[in-house]
Design a binder for this molecule. Structure first.
Ligand code: AP5
Ligand code: MG
Ligand code: ZN
Length: 223
């Protein structure tokens, strides 16, 4: 019997690159959970918890949440049972310290990173992608007024949920998120390339084409 290979993946890319869109499709195809630190943080804020209150101002300004808080949220999540055959990190790590802490944690769990997929898109495209993005209140799926329209205006195709705009998708906050990405997150491209873990994808292509390129990379990692 062949042993099932664990797939511990990272999706790296600027805000609006399509990490969430692709991660949801990969989660379904390969049965590994998509772990978006942004989604976990927004859920925490919606719950009204004291942790959520601490996270709010960082997210609304487009800055990074401090590493200590982010790491505790992420490490608690990857220790859960559904991650034992692997996971797909969407939006983590976002700086070198987070990447180093992840490596230590995976070593401690007797596992390791399988690969990092970087989605590359120019800033000018990202602004329009994010300004016209709409997200389902029910299932969190994301749509775009031009590139991924829902069948019925304002409603999710999957669950019929109402579509809304994220508070940090205003032009001013988007610009700050892009600045933070270039200063703090983009250095991870070299970091993972030096470790021979990185695959780059042109994130400007059509959603389905990107998906099939990502599947090819994952299938190679699995074999
Ligand atoms: P997070 O929620 O991770 O947001 P982000 O990184 O800014 O990325 P987005 O979710 O905006 O974009 P995406 O790449 O998922 O794109 P999507 O698929 O939706 O983080 C939010 C905040 O939380 C951060 O600013 C920070 O404060 C905090 N945070 C989170 N993680 C943290 C961490 N590790 N450390 C510290 N702080 C952290 O697609 C975008 C749009 O484009 C959609 O409308 C979609 O339909 C459309 N689209 C997708 N693909 C295509 C395509 N190929 N062609 C055309 N349109 C497309
Ligand atoms: Mg996302
Ligand atoms: Zn929905």
């Amino acid at each position: 019997m062949t042993q099932k290979r664990i797939l511990n993946l990272i999706f790296l890319g600027p805000p609006g690159a399509g990490k969430g869109t692709q991660a949801r499709m990969i989660q379904e195809k390969y049965s590994i959970p998509q772990i978006s630190t942004g989604d976990l943080m927004r859920n925490e804020i919606s719950s009204g918890s004291s942790l959520g209150n601490r996270l709010k101002s960082f997210i609304e300004s487009g800055g990074l949440v401090p590493n200590e808080l982010t790491l505790s949220i992420l490490l608690n999540r990857i220790k859960k049972e559904d991650c034992k055959n692997g996971f797909l990190l969407d939006g983590f790590p976002r700086n070198v310290e987070q990447a180093e802490e992840l490596e230590k944690a995976l070593n401690g769990m007797n596992t390791e990173l399988s690969g990092v997929i970087a989605l590359e898109v120019d800033d000018s495209d990202l602004i329009s992608r994010l300004s016209d993005r709409r997200i389902c209140k029910g299932c969190g799926d994301s749509y775009h007024l031009q590139f991924k329209k829902p069948s019925v205006d304002g409603k999710c195709d999957h669950c019929g949920g109402e579509l809304y705009q994220r508070r940090d998708d205003s032009e001013e906050v988007i610009k700050n998120r892009l600045k933070v990405y270039h200063e703090q997150t983009a250095p991870l491209i070299d970091f993972y390339s030096e470790k021979k873990k990185l695959s780059k994808i042109n994130g400007k292509n059509k959603i389905d084409m990107i998906f099939s390129e990502i599947c090819d990379i994952i299938d190679k990692l699995k074999s």
